[in-house]
Design a binder for this molecule. Sequence first.
Ligand code: MG
Length: 346
Amino acid sequence: MHLIFRPLLLELRYPFRLATGSRTHTNVMLTEIHWRGLVGYGEAAMPPYYGENHETAALFLERAAVALSQLSESFELSESSIPIILSEIDALAPGNHAAKASVDIALHDLWGKIAGRPLWQMLGVEPDNMPATSFNLGMDTPEVLRQKLLEAADFQIIKIKLGADNDREIIQTIREISDKPIYADANQGWKNREAALDLVHWLAEQNVQLVEQPFPKNDLDSAAWLSARSPLPIIADESFQRLSDLAHLGNSFHGVNIKLMKCTGLAEGFQIAKAARAKGLKLMVGCMTETSCGISAAALIAPLCDYADIDGCWLIRNNPFALPTLEAGKICFGEGDGLGLSGLVV
Ligand code: MG
């Protein structure tokens, strides 16, 4: 099994503004696993705040390539053997979650290619349960927001980044031009519990449907305080990365945002979905700015979730793959083998 990788700088169509700063690019590493004349595609998307970059990913993937090259020719990929390989890859080094996800995604794609079937069928994913995905408007001037909304006409739900000092103004601007439901993400930006609760009540009146990560990631006490009082679901994003984090969350949040780049990929993503449901938590699937590769993988988790925010490949200029098909704001599964990716531009 032969793993290769190449760095790519994804160019954002609009600068991405958050409570914590703004950026115009996202580092990704595209991976390919070659075996028996077939290729599985994967991707590591590495926004700066999780500490991975092209150098760390290259170092990790060189080690993963050695491990994969040692698998025997008679080895069979399957739903049970993939997690075994992935736990060996996981044990190569701590961290490196996105790099690990790129191996996980490529192995799953390859498994589907070998079987000659779409992954969603092989994994028993139910397309009828696909939730509509939200479309991220970021923070911007009213003129730019208006333009973005026009471009996002196919999407039925708006995602807004809050957490600066003008949250009400941003929502009011959106409400002057659209009545679509809104997912609000404070990205750890709120400071004061009482003010946050007032704001959440007001947001509920504005047809905001959930609030993501209101307080700094380690402030679980404030999250628990707000969750106990909030009329809207409070969802953990930065406070929650991997399966093992579920144990620490207690009752701080109503739900968790699963991102393949945080949780090392599909194998653990499915495990999280099952374990979080068993705890009575709501589920959201999210993404970074990613190509169609990462987004098509995340879409496999979406039918298990209450909310989907997997619009990353619509936010970039240089997606090397064709875009997934959207219908009524929902990502559609196709008939292609594996992830069903097409149109790779090298
Ligand atoms: Mg978030």
